[in-house]
Structure formats: structure tokens, C-alpha cells
Design a protein around this ligand. Structure first.
Ligand SMILES: *Cc1c(COP(=O)(O)O)cnc(C)c1O
Length: 368
């Protein structure tokens, strides 16, 4: 049906496969206790301050939200030290990705992204009939030389998730600055920093927020879905040159960010206790996983995020299924062409220990 209705380029888009929801696994397997370490969510839950503010605000949800996100923009501006005029807030940072692609979607535009990296870039480009130019990661990090060589006069955008999802690696500052210098054309370089909040200060990497005011080609994406624990409310933002921000504000819907998300975002940024506890949990968890993987003799990519990519040296889809039967949901990396890798989100220490114990059990079964 709808042969003549649904456009050809839309028919060809593969659906996004999200991490399995807990409820679905509970239903299918009849398990009572399930640990989800598949979608890089905050293991401590949302900020209690944000929750309290949402409860108080519920009475107002018959009203339209503030279309300008006045208070939230002010708070983001303070927290990250960014002028308000450079901030565009979205229904998740995914919405900002969509706006950026829409912005450049003239006939036969091209967008470069890495593989593996965040799958939403290519899906959104396809939905606007753009051409995806995909460059393989090299040694689990962005191959900036190959990306530069892939640029044509039709290239409009380059998406770089830094840190990269699913490897957790970062681009060093020097490498990036050289890359930037080598590009002569008018191309937007989007640094998707969904995980930058987890990167320790001493790590050598490019930080878009320090750079965008010096180079108008730089666009930065940030999210409230990871460190700030608000994935379910859908909240993210972009940082960019004022003229770009103006253009995006013209194409977004007037009330694209819902009322509860705006209120929760303000409080999440103010909740230093929740932020610090989350960082401590993630950093200790990463150390734990690295120690355990070393002991198990498993290769892993050192991570700067709240997840870790590990090679289980056998079909990871089978390991994923076996772990799920034991109540642990992780992500198998087959769709990223990493057939023997799992991506595991850092949980609470109790969850991490449970995960490693079950992984040990599963790996000791000999189906390799
Ligand atoms: C999780 C994630 C996001 C966040 O998207 P939201 O729409 O803000 O939830 C963005 N980019 C990458 C690479 C991610 O992994």
C-alpha cells in the first residue's frame, strides 16, 4: 500500500534499533530483576532536584511552554559559559541534528560521518535525500585524514561524535586543529559532545565550546540525556555562530521543548551533588570494568564516556542473548560491524559486578 505516497528515499531507511526496554525483556523472559546497561543512561536516575521541580510544575502542563526557553538558556549559558545568543535548544540533541541537516538540504548535498559512529546522522541525512559519505574509523578513532580526503564541493556537514559512540575514544586537540586548518571550504563541522561531560579535565581532546567562537564552522551538540539523567524528557542543545542559531530558530517549531524538560533542565544543571555523584560512579565503574576485562584477557577500548566497548572474542549477539536470559541487557555491536564486541553502559557498582559475574558465566560456556 501507499506505493505512490511514501517516497523512495524514505522506504530505504532502516529503522533505528534502540536498546531493549526493560519492560519488553520482563514480558518476554518472565524475569523479575533486570539490569539495563544498553542505552548509556544515568544509573543513579534523574536529579532529585529536577524531580521535585517537575512535581511542582505538573499543575501547569495545560499551558504551552516558553517558546524561547528563557530560564533554561540562561542556566546553560552560566553553566558552560556560552553567550545565550549562540544556544539553540532542542527536543533532544537529535532534533538539532535534524535542523542542521534540514538547513543544508538542497539538491544532492553530501554529509560525511564515520562508521561506526552514532547511527542517527546517516538516517536523518537519508530522510532529507542527502548522500551519506561514510568513513571507517581507524584504530577505533575518527580518521580525520580520510575524512578530509572524502570532502567534495557538495559536502555541507561533517559529523564527529567526540567522544565517539560506540568506542568511547576522543580526538586529540592537535589532530583536530590540523584537520580544521586543512579544510578550505565552507563546511559545518559538527562536534557531537553527548559524552563530553564525562571527559576528565586532563584528557587531551578538542572541546568545541572553547573553539566555536574562534571558528564559525564549528557547531557543538550537547545533551541532557547522559550525565544529567533526563533521557526520557528529550532535551539537548546546539552551540553555534549567531547567524546559524538564528536560522535554526526559524525552522524549529515554536514549542519544540516541552515545559517539564525546560524546568528539569534548569534544576539538573544546579544539582552539583547529583552531577558529582554520577561522575564518581561512572569513573569508578570504568576502572572496575577495565580491571576485570584485563583479568579476563579481553581487549577493550579505553573509554572517556559512560560506556565501554569490549571484544568478547566470539559472536557477541549470542553473548548478548545469553546475558539477557540472565537479566542483563547490554548492546551487541553486530549492526556496527563489530561482530565480537559488546558495548556495556556503566551502571551502579552493584550492577557492574552483577554484569561481570554473568559475563564470566556466559563466557565459560563453550560455544566459541
Ligand atoms: C546519546 C547520544 C546523543 C543524545 O541524543 P539526545 O537526542 O540528546 O538524547 C547524541 N549523540 C550521541 C553520539 C549519543 O550517543
Amino acid at each position: 500500500m501507499f506505493e505512490n505516497i511514501i517516497c523512495e528515499h524514505i522506504k530505504n531507511i532502516a529503522p533505528y534499533v534502540p536498546g531493549k526496554p526493560i519492560e519488553e525483556v520482563r514480558r518476554e523472559l518472565g524475569l523479575s530483576k533486570i539490569i539495563k546497561l544498553a542505552s548509556n543512561e544515568n544509573p543513579l536516575g534523574p536529579s532529585p532536584r529536577a524531580l521535585e521541580a517537575i512535581r511542582t510544575a505538573l499543575i501547569n502542563i495545560h499551558r504551552y511552554p516558553d517558546g524561547s526557553c528563557y530560564s533554561l538558556k540562561k542556566e546553560i549559558s552560566n553553566y558552560y559559559n556560552i553567550p545565550e545568543e549562540n544556544i539553540v535548544i532542542g527536543n533532544g540533541s537529535n532534533e538539532i541534528i535534524e535542523f542542521l541537516v534540514k538547513l543544508v538540504s538542497n539538491n544532492d548535498f553530501e554529509v560525511i560521518s564515520s562508521f561506526p559512529s552514532f547511527l542517527m546522522y546517516s538516517k536523518i541525512v537519508s530522510s532529507f535525500k542527502g548522500k551519506n559519505v561514510v568513513v571507517r574509523l581507524k584504530d577505533f578513532t575518527h580518521d580525520l585524514k580520510a575524512i578530509r580526503d572524502a570532502i567534495t564541493d557538495r559536502t555541507r556537514l561533517i559529523f564527529l561524535d567526540n567522544p565517539n559512540n560506540p568506542t568511547g575514544s576522543v580526538i586529540s586537540k592537535d589532530t583536530f586543529l590540523k584537520f580544521l586548518e586543512s579544510i578550505e571550504r565552507d563546511i559545518l563541522i559538527v562536534l557531537d559532545e553527548a559524552y563530553m561531560d564525562f571527559v576528565k579535565d586532563e584528557v587531551d581532546t578538542v572541546r568545541g565550546i572553547e573553539l566555536f567562537s574562534k571558528d564559525p564552522r564549528i557547531v557543538v551538540l550537547r545533551t541532557f540525556s547522559k550525565l544529567f539523567g533526563l533521557a526520557g524528557l528529550r532535551l539537548g542543545f546546539g552551540v553555534m555562530h549567531r547567524e546559524l542559531a538564528d536560522a535554526l530558530n526559524r525552522i524549529r517549531q515554536p514549542f519544540n521543548v516541552n515545559l517539564l524538560a525546560q524546568i528539569a533542565g534548569v534544576e539538573a544543571l544546579r544539582d552539583k551533588t547529583h552531577i558529582n555523584e554520577t561522575l564518581k560512579t561512572i569513573w569508578e565503574g570504568l576502572d572496575y570494568y577495565e580491571d576485570e576485562f584485563r583479568e579476563l584477557g579481553l581487549f577493550y577500548v579505553p573509554s572517556h564516556t559512560n560506556f565501554i566497548l569490549v571484544d568478547v572474542k566470539r559472536d557477541s549477539t549470542q553473548v548478548f542473548k545469553d546475558l539477557m536470559k540472565k537479566g542483563i541487557i547490554v548492546r551487541a555491536m553486530g549492526s556496527y560491524h563489530l561482530q565480537t564486541f559488546l558495548r556495556i553502559t556503566v551502571g551502579t557498582m552493584e550492577e557492574n559486578k552483577e554484569c561481570v559475574n554473568k559475563l564470566r558465566e556466559v563466557l565459560s560456556n563453550d560455544y566459541a
